[in-house]
Design a protein around this ligand. Structure first.
Ligand code: HEC
Ligand code: HEC
Ligand code: HEC
Ligand code: HEC
Ligand code: HEC
Ligand code: HEC
Ligand code: HEC
Ligand code: HEC
Ligand code: HEC
Ligand code: HEC
Length: 330
């Protein structure tokens, strides 16, 4: 779903660009300064990169001013996704290149000791976040930014992302997952070292498959899955994204699954018990809710009702729901 949205966005941007290319070809001048040479086709203008420039003069003006003193950063900038801001002229210079984040740099370029620039080192985390959200607030991934636990706890965008010194190929991260998350969430690191766990450390699934680190809506409050847990595509609990067989609909639901959610019985990260169950003894898990059941089982089980010789799930095998029997036994 995220992919489709993104593809759509890119496609839309492509159309805009093509359109811009058509009407803007004859104008080699933008805002009084020479910008990158507009080419006749959208794809050509989009793939125009610093490395292809033959002389400094063809550098976009927004970047040229900074290049002489900040060579490394300027050279690496074209390889970051933010190079795309060079192609989007709708917001003018202020929304392009270095100045999109650092603010007007004219004064500073003339005299570096002066700094009217936005200072990421001294800025509060909220100021940083707001700055990034001027462009990133829309889209399904970020639309719940105001509900972000990270944001509310002064974890800013640049606690996880680095604009010039990223170590990952994708998403400009300071560090790859799960190491990035473990750097602050030590308790979770321990959980993913338990014997029965989701294989996050092995890269089979990621923290962000289940969580939206950027914030979630609180629709799933009733399912006890509020910890910045994502919803699956149809808006259900995230677990159904992969465990589709547990979703049903079943003719005979187990109300515990439907109402309480998976977390009623499982520890989502991992634990000491097989199947990541909350209790080592399955029966204890069931008896948490089914305190009245012993009587009924007098006929099928040990006469001593306090002692069960068989696990409940030996008979009630379809514990997540059944299409055949309300007793969940087949
Ligand atoms: C004449 C050389 C020169 C030019 C041109 C120049 N800078 Fe700088 N810039 C410096 C120097 C020197 C420093 C270090 C100042 C310091 O550490 O106090 C610096 C520091 C910075 C910082 C870090 C500020 C901080 O406190 O962390 C940023 C951001 C920056 N420049 C952005 C830009 C941008 C954007 C441009 C283009 C609009 C630009 N610079 C043009 C010389 C220059
Ligand atoms: C998307 C926002 C963004 C853009 C665009 C951007 N920067 Fe930065 N810049 C940052 C952030 C955030 C930092 C703080 C360090 C970090 O996150 O890597 C920073 C840090 C810096 C520094 C401080 C030294 C350092 O290495 O951290 C300089 C200098 C700088 N930027 C120059 C530039 C120049 C020149 C450009 C254009 C070629 C540019 N920046 C484009 C966000 C941006
Ligand atoms: C707690 C760490 C963390 C924080 C804080 C964070 N991010 Fe991210 N971000 C990630 C990780 C990890 C990914 C890649 C995994 C994924 O696909 O979700 C990512 C992906 C992204 C992406 C690409 C995915 C997409 O479709 O949008 C953008 C853009 C982004 N972040 C911007 C931001 C902005 C803007 C902020 C601040 C408002 C921010 N991030 C705060 C960790 C973080
Ligand atoms: C002027 C608008 C603008 C600002 C300000 C801005 N970004 Fe971006 N950002 C973009 C664009 C455009 C892209 C490329 C989107 C794409 O590839 O679909 C992008 C891409 C990204 C990506 C990579 C997404 C991916 O899929 O790999 C991350 C991460 C990101 N931005 C984080 C930030 C952070 C953190 C800040 C604040 C320091 C910030 N951005 C400020 C416009 C902006
Ligand atoms: C810079 C430190 C830092 C990093 C890195 C970080 N977090 Fe967090 N995270 C926090 C803080 C602080 C909180 C809020 C306090 C708390 O609940 O621990 C939080 C809260 C959360 C919550 C909500 C907890 C709740 O009780 O509701 C989740 C889920 C979460 N983080 C997941 C992640 C994931 C996934 C990553 C990696 C992509 C990550 N975090 C990276 C600092 C961080
Ligand atoms: C299989 C899905 C899944 C994965 C993978 C996952 N989480 Fe969680 N996480 C959850 C669920 C569900 C909860 C809520 C549990 C509850 O409230 O009972 C949760 C809760 C949390 C919390 C809140 C405190 C707590 O433990 O209840 C934090 C912090 C957190 N996760 C961080 C992480 C980090 C960091 C990673 C990766 C190293 C990660 N999670 C991977 C599903 C997942
Ligand atoms: C991104 C996909 C994905 C998501 C989302 C996911 N899981 Fe899983 N889950 C897996 C995979 C893959 C395995 C198998 C793990 C292995 O073989 O190491 C697994 C294993 C399990 C197991 C153990 C099965 C066994 O045979 O021991 C349980 C229980 C489980 N998941 C519950 C959950 C719950 C509860 C959620 C939601 C909080 C969830 N899963 C979300 C992919 C996922
Ligand atoms: C009422 C308690 C309960 C609830 C709620 C529950 N489970 Fe289970 N689950 C179990 C038990 C007990 C087992 C072990 C069954 C066995 O060993 O035969 C199990 C096993 C599993 C397994 C591994 C075996 C298999 O059938 O694939 C997965 C995966 C799983 N559950 C996922 C989920 C998901 C996803 C949810 C939420 C939709 C969920 N469970 C809700 C009790 C529960
Ligand atoms: C979180 C509470 C909870 C847990 C834990 C739980 N159940 Fe249930 N279960 C319910 C509820 C609520 C119903 C539906 C109401 C009822 O009939 O009691 C139900 C219904 C059933 C039914 C169908 C009963 C009927 O009358 O149709 C069976 C069988 C059952 N559960 C077995 C189990 C077993 C076996 C376990 C342990 C693996 C278990 N349950 C764990 C809450 C729970
Ligand atoms: C040997 C097979 C077997 C085992 C083991 C077993 N059950 Fe049953 N269970 C049954 C049968 C058969 C019925 C239907 C009895 C009847 O209708 O008189 C039943 C009925 C139920 C019912 C529905 C009646 C009611 O109380 O509302 C629940 C709930 C239930 N069992 C829960 C459990 C729990 C919890 C355990 C484990 C502590 C368990 N069962 C172990 C066979 C078993």
């Amino acid at each position: 779903m995220r992919l489709t949205n993104r593809t759509r966005r890119l496609y839309f941007a492509g159309i805009l660009l093509a359109f811009w290319g058509l009407i803007a070809v004859p104008r080699a001048v933008f805002g009084g300064q020479k910008v990158q040479e507009p080419s006749s086709s959208a794809s050509a203008s989009q793939s125009k990169k610093l490395s292809e420039s033959t002389d400094e003069g063809s550098l976009p003006a927004e970047i040229q001013a900074c290049q002489s003193c900040h060579g490394d950063i300027t050279a690496s900038f074209e390889k970051t996704p933010h190079w795309k801001t060079m192609n989007d002229t709708r917001g003018g210079h202020a929304m392009q290149g270095c100045e999109a984040c650092h603010g007007p740099g004219g004064d500073h370029a003339d005299d570096p000791s002066k700094s009217s620039l936005f200072d990421f080192k001294k800025a509060t985390s909220e100021d940083i976040t707001e700055r990034c959200l001027t462009c990133h607030a829309s889209g399904s991934e970020h639309m719940s930014a105001s509900n972000s636990f990270h944001r509310q706890n002064d974890v800013s965008c640049t606690s996880c992302h680095s604009m010039h010194h990223a170590t990952t190929k994708e998403h400009m991260l300071i560090k790859a997952e799960p190491g990035l998350c473990y750097s602050c969430h030590l308790q979770q690191k321990a959980q993913f070292n338990m014997p029965f766990r989701h294989r996050v450390n092995e890269g089979l699934i990621t923290c962000t498959d289940c969580h939206n680190q950027h914030g979630t809506s609180s629709v799933l409050e009733g399912d006890h899955l509020v910890r910045q847990v994502r919803a699956s595509a149809p808006g259900d609990v995230v677990c159904f994204k992969c465990h589709t067989d547990k979703q049903g609909p079943f003719v005979f639901e187990h109300e515990a699954v439907r109402i309480e959610g998976c977390a009623a019985c499982h520890i989502a990260h991992g634990g000491a018990n097989p199947r990541m169950l909350k209790y080592s003894n399955v029966n204890l898990l069931c008896l948490q809710c089914h305190t009245n059941s012993p009587g009924i089982h007098a006929t099928v089980m040990d006469a001593n009702q306090s002692h069960y010789e068989q696990a409940c799930v030996n008979c009630h095998v379809k514990i997540h729901g059944s299409n055949f029997d309300g007793l969940l036994d087949r």
